[in-house]
Design a protein around this ligand. Structure first.
Ligand SMILES: Cc1ncc(COP(=O)(O)O)c(C=O)c1O
Length: 386
C-alpha cells in the first residue's frame, strides 16, 4: 500500500452536478456560482461571499478591494504584518499593490504566529495584519483581534488552508474584515480550482464583485455604494469603474461547490478522527514535534519536525518514508524568506528562527476525509524502523 498526500472527494453527486451543467450548456459564471456563494456565506454565518477561480485570486481581489474603499483605504507603502510560513500567494498581492511586508516568526509547536513576536512587531506604521491558520490549526484570534482593535489595524484572514476549523467555537475565516478561502483539489472541499472572499462589509463585497469581473458594474446589486448608476443603458452595459481582473469561476465550479459544502461537516469529522489517531500514535515520540492543536483544527495534514535533540535526521526520515511509499512535502510553502523570489519583495524581518527550523527540518504527510488508520499505522512502522 501507499500513503498519498491527498484523495479525491468526488463521487456520484459531483459527477451528476457536472452533468447537469453540461446539459444546461451554460458554463460561464451564473446561477450555480450565485447559489454556492449564498450557501457558503450562510454556512460560515457571514453576509457575503464572492467566488473566484482560486484562493490566490481571492487574496488578490481581497487586497485590491481594501485599496478602493472610500474610508481608511490602504495605500502603497503601508506596512502589513505577515507570518514567515504561508503560501506564496498570501504574499504576492500584498507586494503587487506596493505594501511593505514585515515578516514575523512562528511558534514551532502551533506553526502560527508567535504571539509575543507579533505584539512586538506592531508599530504606529502597521496598517494591516494577515493571519494564516497554518494547515487547519487556528490562530489565537482573540489576542490578534484585540491587538487590531487597540491599534486600528485591519485584520485580513487568509484561511485558504483551514476551512472548517474553529477558535472559541467560531469558524476561522470569519474574524477578518476580509477573509479568503481556497477550494483547490486537496483542500477541505474541492471545486477543482476555486476560492472565495468572505466579508460582512457591503462596500468590500461590491468592490470584490466588480474587481473579479473586469472592474465593471454589470453585476452590482441595487444600492451598490461604489458607483452611481446613470440613466443610460447603452453605456451602463459596459461601464468600467475599477482597474480589475477577470478571475471569475465557471458554473462547473459553482455546481461542485453546492455538492461539496453539504459534505463539509462530515469531511471535517473524518479528518479530526484521523488526527486523533495520528496524535495518539506520535504524541510521546520525542524525536518529532507534531503540530499542537489550538481550538478545533480542521487538520489539513500532519506536520512532523525533527526535534532539536533527536538522534535522527530529516534525510533518514525521508528514506524510511520513501521505502514505505509514504508521500511527504514541505510544510505549506515553508519559510517564505528562504525562497529566491524574496529578492523582489519590499520587506523587513523581525525574527525567523523557528520558521527557518521548520523549513529545514520539517515535512508533512497527508490527511483526507477517508479513514487513514492503515496509512497512519504504515507511517508509524516506517518511522519506528529508524
Ligand atoms: C494560506 C494559503 N493561501 C493561499 C493559497 C492559494 O490557494 P489556491 O491554490 O487555491 O490558489 C493557499 C493554497 O494552498 C494557501 O495555503
Amino acid at each position: 500500500m501507499s500513503y498519498e498526500l491527498a484523495h479525491s472527494t468526488f463521487g456520484e453527486d459531483e459527477r451528476n452536478a457536472m452533468h447537469r451543467v453540461i446539459d444546461s450548456d451554460m458554463f460561464s459564471m451564473g446561477e450555480n456560482v450565485r447559489a454556492f456563494e449564498e450557501q457558503f456565506a450562510a454556512f460560515f454565518g457571514k453576509k457575503y461571499a464572492v467566488m473566484v477561480n482560486s484562493g490566490s485570486s481571492a487574496n488578490l481581489i481581497a487586497v485590491a478591494s481594501l485599496f478602493f474603499k472610500k474610508e481608511n483605504a490602504l495605500k502603497a507603502g503601508d506596512e502589513v504584518i505577515v507570518p514567515c510560513i504561508s503560501w506564496a500567494t498570501t504574499f504576492y498581492p500584498l507586494h503587487q499593490y506596493g505594501l511593505k511586508l514585515k515578516f514575523v516568526d512562528v511558534d514551532l509547536n502551533t506553526l502560527n504566529y508567535d504571539i509575543d513576536e507579533l505584539k512586538k512587531a506592531v508599530t504606529p506604521e502597521t496598517k494591516m495584519i494577515v493571519t494564516v491558520s497554518v494547515l487547519g490549526n487556528p490562530c489565537y484570534y482573540d489576542e490578534i483581534d484585540a491587538l487590531c482593535k487597540a491599534n486600528d489595524i485591519i485584520l485580513f484572514d487568509d484561511n485558504c488552508e483551514s476551512m472548517g476549523a474553529k477558535y472559541d467555537g467560531q469558524y476561522t475565516g470569519t474574524h477578518g474584515l476580509v477573509n479568503t478561502f481556497s477550494t483547490f483539489f486537496s483542500h477541505h472541499i474541492s471545486t477543482m480550482e476555486g476560492g472565495l472572499v468572505v466579508t460582512d462589509d457591503h462596500e468590500i463585497y461590491c468592490l470584490a464583485r466588480s474587481l473579479r469581473n473586469h472592474g465593471w458594474t454589470r453585476d452590482q446589486d441595487e444600492g451598490s455604494p461604489i458607483y452611481e448608476k446613470k440613466n443610460d443603458d447603452f453605456f451602463e452595459a459596459y461601464r468600467f469603474i475599477l482597474p480589475g481582473y477577470n478571475v471569475r469561476p465557471g458554473e462547473l465550479q459553482g455546481a461542485l461547490g453546492l455538492e461539496q459544502i453539504k459534505k463539509l461537516p462530515g469531511f471535517i469529522e473524518q479528518r479530526r478522527k484521523n488526527a486523533a489517531y495520528f496524535v495518539e500514535k506520535f504524541k510521546d515520540d520525542k524525536r518529532f514535534i507534531i503540530q499542537q492543536e489550538v481550538g478545533e483544527s480542521s487538520w489539513f495534514s500532519f506536520t512532523m519536525i525533527i526535534a532539536k535533540d533527536a538522534d535522527i535526521t530529516r534525510e533518514q526520515a525521508f528514506a524510511a518514508l520513501d521505502k514505505h511509499d509514504i508521500k511527504y512535502r514541505i510544510i505549506t510553502g515553508g519559510n517564505f524568506l528562504e525562497h529566491d523570489v524574496i529578492k523582489y519583495i519590499n520587506h523587513e524581518v523581525t525574527k525567523s528562527d523557528n520558521a527557518s527550523y521548520a523549513h529545514n527540518n520539517g515535512f508533512f504527510v497527508g490527511n483526507a476525509p477517508v479513514d487513514l488508520t492503515e496509512s497512519i499505522d504504515l507511517l508509524y512502522t516506517a518511522l519506528n524502523s529508524l
